[in-house]
Design a protein around this ligand. Structure first.
Ligand code: GLA
Length: 386
């Protein structure tokens, strides 16, 4: 099909999908086979300054996701289980007001400029010292006090070889949160024909800077709000990790083997099997909250997850060197999610593809520096199955 004919078809499908958008209700009885492929949008809410926040619904025929322009947040991911029944497998909130006031958990959000922590919010680049805003025990977490997760992105549907896709763009001005350089970022989120969600991240700067972009979706393959993920079987393609020094969760700089520790997920293991052992690393984070050093270089499978209850599976592939496995430790029963249920500790897990935390202060870690004229490009694919 030519590009323009495909675009016409997308617009037609958008009308159909738009008609299907309404309030979200858990839909574990609906069958994925009836979904109409395409992309549609509805108004999700309005920012205090009057900026409209749109919600896009992307459907490939058997799965459906919703993305809002505030934070580039993936609000819902509905995928079929082994019987073809859809459930929403990501944690989120029903309203914009919830995201504006309660999303210190970063549910579904695009993370920038720098995923995870930078110690004391300080680093030196080309002999110049920079001080970032700090928002986590005196350290900078996920880009500072007002990171990319709190920006309204501009959005445009795009056509990419058979996928339904949305391109989100944001320009972060020189000095934003203390980071040097104007950073132009765009992230394309695609739902492929084969039930994968693909993230393509691009960025360019006009001054030397540091960049580490990721997505902070939490998953529960039994359906959000259905209880803990401790029975999910997780395999991580990482035989080493970056230990942290205390409950501030800043890496020591060492790269240590997982072998013989509860962080050994080199074979499929239930998330909860060893989570309450007294290993110091698990005490610091109240569970898993660690960067794994992925084995191999270039494009690779980073992790596989399988939920015995629903039969759903998730495989994550990336070109990034690291993966943050966070077992939802700080969910404390104070948040009510998309489907109206309370989220408690362990009710979701995040697997964030990334460069290592605090790399700007750790010369032995792969560099996160981006220079003018260089193109930052990174891809991560979340492949769903059952
Ligand atoms: C990351 C961090 C965690 C926690 C979550 C958000 O995964 O490593 O410590 O802050 O984000 O709650």
């Amino acid at each position: 099909m030519t590009r323009s004919r495909f675009a016409v078809r997308l617009v037609a499908l958008a009308v159909l999908a738009g008609a299907a958008i309404g309030g979200f209700a858990p839909s574990s009885t609906a069958s994925g086979r009836h979904l109409k492929p395409g992309i549609g949008k509805d108004l999700f809410g309005t920012m205090p300054d009057g900026t409209k926040v749109w919600r896009y619904t992307l459907t490939n025929g058997s799965m459906r996701i919703r993305v809002i322009t505030y934070g580039g947040i993936v609000q819902t991911i509905e995928t079929p289980d082994r019987h073809g029944r859809l459930a929403n497998v990501t944690l989120g909130f029903p309203t914009l007001s919830d995201y504006l006031t309660k999303n210190s958990t970063y549910f579904g959000a695009l993370i920038g400029r720098y995923g995870n922590r930078i110690a004391k919010g300080r680093f030196t680049l080309d002999g110049r010292a920079y001080q970032l805003t700090t928002n986590n025990n005196g350290n900078t977490l996920h880009g500072g006090t007002t990171g990319f997760d709190q920006r309204v992105w501009s959005a445009a549907p795009v056509t990419t070889g058979g996928s339904v896709a949305l391109r989100l763009s944001h320009t972060s001005p020189d000095g934003d949160q203390g980071f040097p350089g104007t950073l132009k970022t765009d992230v394309t989120i695609s739902v492929t024909r084969h039930n994968a969600i693909r993230f393509d991240y691009h960025a360019a700067t006009d001054k030397p800077t540091v960049v580490n972009l990721t997505n902070h979706s939490y998953f529960n393959l039994s359906g959000e709000g259905s209880g803990t993920v401790y029975d999910h079987r997780l395999q991580i393609n990482g035989s080493r990790y970056t230990p942290v020094s205390s409950s501030e969760l800043i890496p020591t700089g060492r790269i240590a083997p997982v072998h013989g520790t509860p962080l050994d997920f080199t074979g499929p293991t239930a998330i909860g099997a060893r989570i309450r052992t007294g290993f110091d690393q698990l005490l610091y984070g109240q569970g898993y909250d660690h960067n794994f050093v992925l084995d191999g270089s270039g494009w690779k499978v980073a992790a596989r997850v399988q939920d015995p209850g629903s039969g759903r599976t998730l495989a994550i592939s990336t070109d990034q060197p690291g993966l943050q496995f966070y077992s939802g430790n700080f969910l404390d029963g104070t948040l009510v999610g998309t489907g109206g249920r309370v989220y408690r500790q362990g009710d979701g897990f995040a697997l964030e593809t990334q460069h290592f935390p605090d790399s700007p202060n750790q010369p032995a870690f792969p560099s996160t520096e981006l220079d003018p004229g260089q193109a930052y490009h990174s891809t991560t694919v979340y492949q769903f199955g059952a």
